[in-house]
Design a protein around this ligand. Structure first.
Ligand code: PLP
Length: 495
């Protein structure tokens, strides 16, 4: 199966090339030419399997350049780095309400689900395509991608990785996680600006032929570890399939029963993976797209207009402080009946005017499957404080956004479909805000807040966050976004 660009269907590549290159030459994103489907017999089989086997099976349907055994090897290596028995437990917190915990990996955020896999997929892709150049991964991060990519790629042969994060747009814990990153092939740099500034600057480098030629002369080709890379999306599809299998295996539902997924969204990568899972055959009633005060997605699902000309808010769920949701491009491509010219023109409009509008027919189609809502800071705190109604469940601020939006959805629609809240980070990545939501008490220091949160809830502090305070800070650079290209070239020159 080949992959095509969302902006030009004539631009076709293999799955290995799509993963190796990250982004299409025309600026579009790669999508599978056809979406594979799962049969009832597949589900019967998957129910019996481990998470690693389920993931390898789902991935093998999309990535035909890799054998099932290769993919299984990757999955075992990737998820062996997770703590606990199950890489993504589904926790029952109330009647017909579940939380899918995706943060048991090395950096305690859902990005680990894909970013522990991507280095294996990329190394495999380099071998399969006979790539001679080194791969330079550029990442723009709203907090969690950066650290997860650094952990995934550190000391991987043939690969270097540079991460840019907004200087005051990430939590203290996230910042410290990145500044203390170890590895001989890594560089971390803060930029003055917000996440969208970082993301668009990185995208500019990807589209700049002069810089790319310069890098190539130095033996480097660029690739991306952001969720624009299909190698990030594909591993995420697996946990939607797997959580459905968990419900079947636990006799919580019968095959064919529909479920809802409520997903705290920013770049639209997580929820998009769910959409692909539903296209494969996971029975879904509604996806509920949850935003924080940066509610550009909520407004889009409500009005059909995507408009980034608005105030940008810094919230306590910083990984969702995003106005340009890159992966919406893939979704629009599917919804429009794969109209590449239309997508190219909308993306041009987004770049020029900061907005575009979909047709009424498209909006109708979108609404059949998607609902959306947003949570203010207060709503989010209230949701976290619902712990008594949720069997004492302690959640992070991003999951709090989703919980708030889902409660609101239920009240509004009286929907009785079993619901899965997709939980994207450990509460200990945002301990001060979670502690304050639970107790009303403010503690500025993240480590002290972690200890207090642990005393208050009894929830264990994840292994990867425990020793962070003692770690040596290696990266203190802060630059302007216009200097990103120079920072990249000077890293390469020093190698
Ligand atoms: C990245 C992230 C999100 C948003 O996911 P998208 O795929 O960008 O929509 C939500 N929560 C956390 C904790 C994240 O790290």
């Amino acid at each position: 199966m080949n992959y095509v660009s969302t902006r030009d269907k004539e631009c076709k590549v293999t799955s290995a090339e799509a993963i190796r290159d990250g982004l299409s030459k025309d600026g579009g994103l790669f999508v599978p030419e056809k979406i594979p489907t799962l049969t009832k017999a597949d589900f019967d089989k998957l129910i019996e399997l481990s998470y690693e086997e389920r993931a390898a099976f789902v991935l093998s349907k999309f990535l035909e350049d890799y054998t099932y055994d290769e993919l299984l090897g990757y999955a075992k290596a990737a998820y062996s780095r997770f703590y606990g028995d199950d890489p993504c437990p589904l926790v029952n917190v109330a009647d017909d309400l579940y939380v899918l915990e995706l943060w048991h990996g090395p950096t305690c955020a859902f990005k680990d689900m894909a970013l522990t896999m991507l280095p294996h997929l990329l190394t495999g892709a380099r071998k399969k395509t006979g790539e001679k150049s080194k791969t330079l991964i550029l990442v723009a991060t709203s907090g969690d991608t950066g650290k997860a990519a650094l952990e995934g790629f550190r000391d991987v042969d043939g690969v270097d990785i540079i991460v840019f994060y907004p200087s005051d747009g990430v939590s203290d814990m996230q910042k410290l996680q990145m500044k203390t990153q170890i590895g001989n092939n890594v560089y971390v740099c803060a930029i003055n600006g917000n996440f969208d500034d970082a993301q668009s600057a990185v995208k500019t480098i990807f589209n700049d032929d002069a810089i790319k030629a310069d890098l190539l002369s130095k033996g480097y080709k660029l690739s991306s570890a952001n969720s624009i890379n299909w190698g990030r999306l594909a591993p995420q599809i697996a946990y939607y399939v797997s959580s459905y299998c968990d419900l079947l295996a636990g006799d919580r539902i019968k095959f064919g029963d529909k479920v809802n997924f409520c997903v705290p969204s920013g770049n639209f990568g997580n929820i998009l993976a769910g959409y692909y899972a539903s296209k494969m055959g996971v029975p879904v009633n509604k996806f509920i797209c949850a935003s924080n005060s940066n509610k550009v997605l909520t407004d889009f699902f409500t009005t059909g207009t995507y408009d980034i000309n608005r105030e940008f808010f810094k919230t306590m769920s910083p990984s969702m402080d995003i106005l340009i949701s890159s992966n919406l491009e893939r979704f629009l491509f599917e919804i429009s009946g794969r109209d590449d010219k239309l997508i190219a023109s909308r993306m041009a409009a987004l770049k020029k005017d900061g907005k575009y509008t979909v047709t009424d027919a498209e909006l109708k189609k979108i609404r059949e499957m998607f609902d959306a809502g947003f949570a203010s800071e207060l709503d989010t705190k209230d949701a976290i404080h619902m712990e008594d109604e949720l069997d004492g469940y302690v959640m992070d601020t991003h999951t709090g956004v989703a919980m708030a939006v889902y409660q609101d959805y239920i009240e509004r629609t009286m929907d009785t479909t079993p619901g899965i809240i997709v939980s994207t980070a450990s509460a200990y990545k945002f301990p001060a805000d979670v502690y304050q939501a639970l107790t009303g008490k403010k503690i500025a220091d993240a480590f002290e807040a972690s200890e207090k949160l642990n005393e208050e809830t009894g929830l264990e502090i994840p292994e990867p966050l425990k020793g962070l305070r003692e770690r040596e800070v290696r990266f203190n650079d802060v630059i302007d976004k216009k200097d990103i290209a120079n920072a990249v070239l000077s890293y390469v020159d020093k190698k």
